[in-house]
Design a binder for this molecule. Structure first.
Ligand code: ATP
Ligand code: SF4
Length: 324
């Protein structure tokens, strides 16, 4: 059963220079206990998608179409107060810049205890502080936090960026939400810690049936964490399918380009293939397929008609190379 259903979601930003089409007609599901990795270059709309689902868009953003159904509830129909309750227990989000997520005036220990108190209450268990501290220390060890006993006695400003990121990841794990949204949560960590945390997230997903929406610019990371991968480009969904199919048999030229630009040390030939050009300015996105100015297969129709999202073998693909 789907924990999250997003249907035809479109979001714009109003700016002094005009309207930014940040997300256009995005539809997907995340089932219980499933992880969806959202991948795309900078400016493709990944963070906007996460913020839209968590109803945390900045004031200049507008939902201009579509629906977001979380756990059977249309989140757009809830008042701010009703949604805040849902966000506290059902949806947890780790931001790209986690420093702002912790309260500067409380010690790490108090903030993690509060997260656990919420979960114990939800599960109908009596709160036992010493048991809770043991659980906190255990999870901090799991996210490879050095000296967790000392760290929990500190205030957020006494931690490094990587330590704050680990505290936030730990907080999400302690809360065991139905949906865990993570926006590049491991990007500030070194690769070995990153790999350990990805494995931990996957284990918890399997153990507790948590659904994960994981945002990354790195398709290699997406292939580790995602059961499914969704490829975004310039605010449009270009390809969606199981990780096996998207990585093993990518259909969209943009997915193929992302995959061929992964550095492979064993195959290093002095030059890394790159995708020529850059993500377009969404104040004035290219007509038709937004990837057409960079696509080696572009044909006449590509700059005129927006391709529909169609099923090609096992993947959903938005490209004129397929279908009629
Ligand atoms: P990154 O990986 O760099 O975080 P992203 O894929 O998450 O990028 P978004 O941050 O969602 O992309 O941005 C999508 C588009 O919306 C971009 O064109 C960006 O410039 C624009 N945008 C994002 N936030 C705002 C804002 N507050 N006001 C106006 N435009 C914005
Ligand atoms: Fe390339 Fe055309 Fe497909 Fe877009 S629709 S990816 S331009 S072939």
């Amino acid at each position: 059963m789907a924990v999250l259903e997003v249907r035809n979601l479109s979001v714009i930003y109003r700016t002094p220079f005009g309207v930014v089409d940040a997300l256009t007609d995005i539809s997907f599901d995340v089932d219980r206990g499933e992880s969806l990795a959202v991948v795309g270059e900078s400016g493709s709309g990944k963070s906007t998608l996460a913020l839209a689902i968590a109803r945390l868009l900045p004031p200049n953003a507008r939902y201009v179409g579509g629906r977001i159904i979380f756990d059977g509830i249309d989140v757009m129909s809830l008042s701010e107060g009703e949604f805040r309750k849902l966000r506290g227990t059902g949806i947890f989000m780790v931001f790209q810049e986690p420093a702002t997520s912790l309260n500067p005036v409380f010690k790490v220990k108090d903030q993690l205890l509060e997260a656990l108190r919420v979960r114990y209450e939800r599960e109908g268990n009596t709160f036992d502080e010493s048991k809770a501290i043991n659980e906190i220390l255990g999870v901090l060890r799991d996210v490879r936090m050095p000296d967790p006993e000392l760290i929990i006695e500190r205030y957020p400003h006494q931690l490094s960026g990587g330590q704050v990121q680990r505290v936030m990841i730990a907080m999400g794990l302690l809360m065991r939400p139905k949906l865990y949204i993570a926006d590049e949560p491991t990007s500030a960590l070194d690769v070995t810690v990153q790999a350990q945390i990805l494995k931990l997230l996957k284990d918890l997903k399997n153990e507790y049936g948590i659904s994960i929406l994981f945002i990354t610019h790195d398709i290699a990371v997406a292939s580790i964490i995602g059961d499914k991968i969704m490829v975004l480009y310039a605010g449009q969904l270009m390809e969606l399918g199981s990780t096996k199919n998207v990585i093993g048999e990518p259909k969209h030229p943009y997915t193929q380009a992302l995959l061929s630009s992964i550095p492979r040390i064993s195959k290093y030939e002095g030059k890394l293939p790159i995708i020529g050009g850059s993500v377009p300015n969404l104040l004035n996105p290219p007509p038709g397929c937004r990837f057409h100015p960079r696509c080696p297969y572009a044909k006449d129709v590509c700059s005129k008609v927006v391709p529909n999202l169609i099923k090609v073998d096992n993947n959903y693909v938005r490209c004129h190379l397929y279908g009629q």
